[in-house]
Design a protein around this ligand. Structure first.
Ligand SMILES: O=P(O)(O)O[C@H]1O[C@H](CO)[C@@H](O[C@H]2O[C@H](CO)[C@@H](O)[C@H](O)[C@H]2O)[C@H](O)[C@H]1O
Length: 672
């Protein structure tokens, strides 16, 4: 079988039907629609999908519009009546079902009966003669009877008789009665309905895609005997601890055999010592490639047992899939055509400029054998899905073909709509966006580098208030094994809590490189944004109970996230005004309100960006957002300290001492 890349085609549209000039309704500016319908919007199961469109016709005829939706592949549409918002803008919504692909579009038509009925009422109000109008109405009802089901057909024929008589009071009463209207609505005249010119697509992901809490660690470091390589069995003992802290995804860096050729040593040294385990991203050795496990971690059966044990703790295991090869990878011998050979018989090592990955060979996505290559790569995911893994973090996807990802993710999700893919693409915005459009469930972001109040507000506004919100799900990470941001280099415990609280409350999906973050590891490799003595190149021993750890703070905030639906979504966020004094914006205190979709849960988070000094300011709570007067009295309960405050009107004083707790997470109790 060869992969054939067929871009998704519109299925049922006015473009595909013979032109009929009697279809008079115009359907325009349907929202959401990504790139003219080329890419799907994303929602999670159980989420409400709102759709809007401009819908109008010439003249003043009455229009009926409906939103159509169905699971991809189904023959029948479900229809939801659309409501007129005014100014010819219409809306409707539906709740998305199980994970998979869906389609939606809009249909609308002129309702001649309702147009006639309204006209009749107006003429009666103006005292005009309506005898002829009633006979016209009889004709419309007769047409309705021909369309109607048996039971309604009888009723409608009865009305035809009443209306045909002309201008009696009984005929007028019958014409305007609810029974006739209801029966006519059950027999709509859709023959000349306009269909929006495209069937748009919706990718529905499992609930975990909307709200998830990730913990990354290197299995190599978890043996109980110093110096011995950690195994999957060793890692089992971490599970209760990680679950208790409130994480539901464990992300493991690559678990495959590690090459010997060009193996890296401690601190990214180009030559490894005899005991150095090498970078786990240097995939492949005589022990196998992307579908094998590194023998020092254990057997495949032990890995599967680890996945099962994790599930028992409510945790999904995410695997790192990095499409690159150590020179020792079996594919280098078996499929040399998948690599770009230079005249001297070598392959240029991989790079993500300015980073150099001297121990790996990139795969050539322009290989003449690209179809077999695509299948082999796609099958790596399918292999691990067969082992119980459905969540993947994909390494540097922006250095592989976009068409490949769209095809591979689409093809995997056809069989496994529960599969999730996190794009590790710290790259240019348009490339990140394109990966998300192509099916990636989650995207790493620039959060790590957004540190000031202004930058955070601007970035969140871009992610949540532009079209990006429709297809790109941010996943916020304050650190990764590759990134110890300069804010955290030598950073205080308070600073670590600040960045963590921001990640966990700004985004419903967040993660951390766990052991290093819990322990506030802050020592960089000199002159780099990297950790010194990184686990990427060596086995570490972690004492997770070390004084100064922030485990209890992490557990508390995760518990708050778990108990408050407002924090389980990202896009409904409103930044609040905080002033030092009247009219002077505070640059160290940042605050934002989030609401649950049903509006019942309101969370106001306030974080100080100053990890040293106590900061106070006047916060304006946006009561108008909730339809309340600016003088309203209400209470806020700080879920971190347990204290409740009475607030009197929209402006209230707040103060944060970072040494006690650099944040408030208030549950806001407004009068109903
Ligand atoms: O390029 P990124 O900064 O996005 O980092 C990701 O990909 C890197 C290449 O896979 C990976 O780098 C690590 O593995 C390399 C291959 O073994 C090695 O040469 C690098 O020194 C090492 O940092 C990085 O960890 C990953 O997150």
């Amino acid at each position: 079988m060869k992969p054939e890349f067929i871009p998704p085609a519109p299925i049922m549209t006015d473009r595909d039907r013979p032109f009929d000039g009697r279809r008079r309704v115009v359907i325009d500016r349907v929202f959401p629609e990504i790139d003219g319908g080329r890419f799907p919007v994303k929602r999670v199961e159980g989420e409400r999908m709102m759709v809007e469109a401009d819908i109008f016709t010439d003249g003043a005829d009455t229009i009926v519009a409906e939103l159509l939706h169905r699971r991809k592949g189904e023959a029948e549409w479900s229809a939801v009546p659309m409501a007129d918002l005014g100014n010819d803008r219409w809306t409707a919504s539906f709740v998305v079902g199980e994970p998979g692909m869906y389609e939606y579009t809009v249909r609308a038509w002129v309702d001649h009966f309702e147009t006639w009925r309204k006209g009749l009422q107006k003429k009666l109000d103006a005292g005009q003669d309506v005898a002829l109008d009633l006979r016209i109405g009889a004709t419309l009802v007769e047409l309705g009877a021909a369309r109607a089901a048996d039971e309604d057909a009888g009723t409608l024929h009865h009305y035809v008789g009443l209306l045909s008589v002309g201008g009696s009071d009984a005929a007028v009463e019958a014409a305007l009665g609810e029974e006739l209207l209801a029966a006519m609505r059950r027999a709509p005249e859709k023959a000349m309905a306009s269909l929006y010119e495209k069937a748009l697509q919706l990718q529905c992901d499992r609930k975990l895609a909307g709200f998830s809490t990730w913990y990354e660690f290197f299995p190599r470091s978890w043996s109980e005997e110093p110096g011995r390589h950690g195994t999957f069995r060793d890692c089992m003992r971490l599970l209760p601890r990680i679950a208790l802290m409130g994480f539901d995804v464990i992300y493991l860096p690559p678990i495959h055999p590690i090459g010997l050729a060009k193996r890296k040593g401690k601190n990214n040294a180009l030559v490894a010592g005899p005991e150095d385990p090498g970078s786990c991203w240097a995939i492949g050795s005589a022990d196998g490639g992307h579908t094998s496990v590194h023998p020092e971690l254990g057997t495949m059966e032990e890995f599967e047992a680890f996945v099962r044990e994790s599930e028992m703790h409510g945790i999904s295991v995410a695997l790192d899939i990095a499409f690159q090869c150590s020179p020792d990878h079996p594919w280098v011998q078996e499929h040399p055509q998948w690599f770009r050979w230079r005249p001297d018989g070598t392959v240029q090592f991989a790079e993500n400029p300015p980073k150099r990955y001297e121990d790996i060979l990139p795969i050539d996505f322009e290989s003449a054998d690209w179809q077999n290559l695509w299948i082999a790569l796609r099958d790596v995911f399918l292999f691990w899905i067969g082992k119980g893994v459905t969540v993947f973090r994909v390494d540097n996807p922006h250095t592989k073909g976009f068409a490949f990802w769209e095809w591979a993710i689409g093809s995997i999700r056809e069989q496994h709509p529960e599969a999730m893919f996190l794009a590790e693409a710290f790259t240019r915005p348009k490339l990140m966006a394109r990966l998300a459009k192509g099916g990636y469930t989650h995207s790493y972001t620039y959060f790590t580098w957004r540190n000031t109040k202004h930058d955070l507000q601007e970035y969140l506004t871009e992610l949540t208030q532009t079209e990006l919100r429709e297809y790109m799900r941010p996943n916020f990470w304050p650190n990764t094994p590759d990134i110890l941001h300069e804010e955290l280099q030598g950073g205080s415990r308070e600073k670590f809590i600040i960045r963590f609280v921001l990640a966990a409350t700004l985004s419903s999906n967040y993660g951390m490189y766990g052991p290093a973050y819990e322990l506030c590891e802050n020592a960089p490799y000199p002159g780099k944004e990297e950790y010194i003595d990184s686990e990427k190149y060596e086995i570490r021993q972690w004492d997770l109970d070390r004084p100064g750890n922030i485990r209890s703070e992490i557990a508390m905030v995760n518990r708050i996230r778990h108990n408050n639906p407002a924090l389980q979504q990202t896009n409904d966020i409103t930044f609040v005004k905080i002033d030092v004094s009247q009219g002077q914006e505070h640059d160290q205190l940042i605050g934002y309100v989030k609401c649950s979709p049903d509006g019942a849960n309101i969370i106001l988070t306030v974080v100080t960006l100053d990890d040293r000094n106590t900061r106070g300011g006047w916060l304006r709570f946006p009561l108008e957002k909730f339809g309340l007067p600016h003088t309203e009295r209400f209470t806020v309960e700080d879920l971190l300290s347990g204290r409740t405050f009475e607030w009197n009107g929209e402006w209230n004083y707040i103060e944060l001492d970072p040494h006690r707790m650099p944040a408030h997470i208030f549950r806001v109790n407004l009068p109903s």
